[in-house]
Design a protein. Structure first.
Length: 160
């Protein structure tokens, strides 16, 4: 029997900025459109440690040293925000991050990948999902967006 296609309506962090579905469940799979670090509730682009919870900023590498934090805070904070948005949505669906098996990561600057990877390891401590990494020249809606992540998760309907 064919599984129904069900649109997943997101609220909060995962809400899309335009008229498209942020996620879609197809049978046992959840597909995320590209997730960027834009907080639709506050209507801001995450640009640094001040835009995420203090505990998260400390966990992902805030050093308290101006020169290091200044250069790294945007990509570290955006990486955390994007992955946390994915985590929140998966948990709302009754799953966990280990249900995510595929990521496609779009970077404006591939030099940011090692910093993203550090943050990703906190969300996937056992083993990161299979992934594709792509460098792009620009991201919507702003030049301030440094990363966009698509995710695919396997979350059987029978486990809900």
């Amino acid at each position: 029997m064919k599984q129904p296609i069900v649109d997943q309506q997101s609220t909060g962090k995962g809400a899309p900025l335009a008229r498209y579905a942020a996620t879609k469940r197809v049978g046992d799979f959840i597909f995320f459109s590209g997730v960027i670090a834009v907080d639709p509730k506050k209507r801001i682009i995450v640009q640094g440690f001040d835009d995420i919870p203090v505990e998260a900023a400390n966990a992902i590498g805030r050093t308290g040293q101006f020169s290091a934090d200044f250069k790294q805070q945007a990509i570290l904070s955006q990486s955390w925000y994007v992955l946390d948005s994915i985590r929140q949505h998966i948990e709302q669906q009754g799953g966990q991050m280990s249900d995510v098996f595929k990521l496609v990561q779009y970077f404006k600057n591939l030099d940011h990948f090692p910093l993203f990877s550090q943050v990703r390891d906190q969300f996937f401590p056992d083993q990161p999902p299979i992934s594709t990494i792509v460098e792009v020249s620009a991201m919507l809606p702003s030049e301030d967006i440094l990363i966009e992540v698509e995710a695919t998760a396997y979350l059987p309907l029978t486990s809900l």
